[in-house]
Design a binder for this molecule. Structure first.
Ligand SMILES: [Zn+2]
Length: 457
């Protein structure tokens, strides 16, 4: 007798953030990823809505990787009554802990500032969760090995396979009563600076596939040349090059590329500051899990010594006050929070500043606004005029582009019963849907946020 599985699309459906997919099976309820909604206000507000399923009835959480949009709701889930295990690879859990702690801090600081400056419509403004909630969450973390099938119950097995997106990132296969469910997580690049190419699934009855760049091909741009010209211009203008960067992976990639660039071009002499407390923590994870990336120990140490790494916030001010030309890499990558905001408040109005945006900027973020050339940007309730030049690097993404997404399906030995395109803005998912039809003849669908789809296993 076939049994029924309800698939509930609780996030990253019709949008990029908030990844949460609940599988209600007759044997257990499994949540794949537990991400925070980010970007547009109407999305962020979803984080505050009651969870649409009792957290205490979830038996297991599996994490594809550590990014906030895949893990950032976990403390809220735990606060809501979830008490069971949260599984991921060791680097994923290490990164998740760093990201969640940072997220709690940012939310606490934002709430505090909003209360002091009275710009929130909520009085008092509250954080979604705090650092103690994160500590409770981390207690539930349990690391898993990759490539090995593990049994959650007699009818439910799962395994994690590397997919080259960030350190520790995987896709997840579940065998539920003999049917294979594949959750792609975020798929990485074929030739990444730091990571091995993604593994590919061999079989899928139900496929859940990310589509962030479903409508785009990463440009064939010369990243080193762009970095070189931005740094050279900054030296000539006596200016400041500000690179907002994700603390995870992107920062380490930029560090390695810039380090190599300075070895090659001796005209590059200005200091490069890394101002990302979270990025520093992630660097430690890179040194703890050397087998998960391509750098060897010696190279890694040399690279680290090259940069001026800021730890204390008071030193951020010293860097801002220093009139010398410089490069600053600071979080967050989409300019939604973190120390980058402090730099931008002072440097946005300076025409000798260049802001180099690296990678995807989601709708509703300041990064997207800068990319679109807005005249001013709102930070902590005030507007700041944008006189700085804004440049982009688009090819240094941790996400597969359309070609790489399509190639990821190439090893499948069957036509999946259902293909769900998730984790994409509607247009991106739709373009990928058409491409999958053209190339493989398979019908893919784009679920809506909140949909429940029942399948038989
Ligand atoms: Zn990700």
């Amino acid at each position: 007798m076939p049994e029924k599985v309800n698939i509930r699309f609780l996030g990253a459906a019709g949008t990029v953030t908030g990844s949460k997919f609940l599988l209600e099976t007759p044997w257990m309820n499994i949540l794949i990823d537990c991400g925070l909604f980010q970007g547009l206000k109407e999305l962020r507000e979803l984080n505050w809505k009651p969870f649409p399923f009792p957290p205490k009835n979830i038996d297991l959480v599996l994490l594809t990787h550590g990014h906030l949009d895949h893990t950032g709701y976990l403390p809220k889930l735990v606060k809501g009554g979830f008490t069971r295990e949260i599984l991921g690879t060791s680097p994923t859990l290490a990164i998740a802990e760093i990201i969640l702690t940072d997220s709690a801090k940012i939310q606490q600081e934002d709430a505090k500032r909003a209360n002091e400056e009275h710009y929130s419509i909520h009085e008092p403004a509250l954080p979604l969760y705090n650092e103690e909630d994160v500590e409770e969450t981390v207690k539930l973390f349990k690391s898993v090995k990759t490539d090995e099938w593990m049994e959650a119950s007699e009818k439910v097995k799962f395994r994690f396979l590397r997919n080259g997106h960030i350190l520790g990132a995987t896709f997840i296969e579940l065998d539920i009563n003999g049917k294979i469910f594949v959750f792609s997580g975020d798929i990485g690049r074929k030739s990444d600076t730091l990571l091995e190419a993604p593994r590919k699934p061999g079989h899928a009855d139900f496929l859940f596939m990310e589509s962030t760049y479903g409508d785009r091909i990463h440009p064939e741009e010369d990243v080193d040349e762009i970095l070189d010209s931005c740094i050279t211009n900054t030296i000539e203008n006596n200016g400041t090059l500000i690179i907002p960067s994700f603390a995870v992976e992107r920062l380490q990639t930029l560090m390695y590329r810039i380090y190599l660039l300075y070895q090659k071009n001796k005209d590059l002499t200005i200091p490069v500051y890394i101002d990302s407390p979270m990025g520093n923590e992630v660097l430690k994870v890179f040194s703890s899990f050397m087998s998960w990336h391509k750098l060897n120990t010696e190279e890694f140490k040399k690279m680290k010594r090259f940069f001026r790494i800021i730890t204390q916030y008071k030193d951020t001010w010293k860097v801002i006050d220093d009139p010398q030309p410089k490069v600053v890499i600071a979080g967050s990558g989409m300019v939604t929070g973190g120390r980058i905001l402090t730099y931008l408040r002072f440097h946005l109005k300076d025409p000798n500043t260049t802001i180099l945006l690296v990678g995807f900027q989601a709708e509703g973020t300041r990064g997207r606004q800068l990319q679109e050339g807005v005249a001013d940007v709102k930070i902590f309730g005030n507007y700041y005029e944008v006189k700085a030049a804004v440049k982009n690097i688009n090819s240094l993404s941790a996400h597969a582009d359309q070609h790489e997404l399509l190639d990821w399906l190439i090893d499948l030995d069957n036509n999946p019963n259902r293909i769900f395109l998730i984790h994409g803005e509607k247009k991106a998912s739709d373009v990928l849907r058409v491409k999958i039809k053209d190339r493989y003849g398979w019908h893919a669908e784009i679920p809506h946020l909140g949909d429940t789809i029942t399948v038989e296993v």
